[in-house]
Design a protein around this ligand. Structure first.
Ligand code: TYC
Length: 115
């Protein structure tokens, strides 16, 4: 066991023999964890249940059973969570849902909110 990596030992690497008496600020790598966004599906009276289930399977990678549960939750409560993702992933999923709904002329709405 030698000296630890951050052990200044005799010198602190300043080339002055470690006699400096200034403030030592320990630097840590600046890793920002990405903020997370909840993707929500909104109920409406016209989008077919089967369409919503297929969207949940395709876009959110849910099993048939889980997709059914989420769809029924949204149908009954008005809104429900499809998943929580980093910003760009959430945005892509919202776009995919809105695009496929529009192409099929369904009024299905999908939104994201900061968790
Ligand atoms: N309420 C729709 C119907 O009765 C089904 C539906 C469920 C629509 C979930 C949108 O996000 C939704 N056909």
């Amino acid at each position: 066991m030698g000296p630890k990596e951050d052990d200044p030992g005799k010198g602190n690497g300043d080339g002055k023999g470690g006699t400096e008496t200034g403030t030592i600020t320990k630097t840590r790598p600046k890793t920002k964890r990405p903020s997370l966004y909840r993707v929500l599906l909104l109920n409406d009276d016209y989008t077919p249940m089967e369409f919503v289930v297929l969207v949940l399977q395709d876009v959110f990678n849910k099993s048939r059973e889980e997709a059914m549960q989420i769809m029924l939750h949204v149908h009954q409560k008005g809104v429900g969570e499809c998943g929580v993702y980093p910003y760009e992933v959430a945005e892509t999923k919202v776009t995919r849902v809105m695009d496929t709904a529009r192409k099929n002329q369904h009024p299905l709405q999908c939104v994201m909110e900061k968790q």
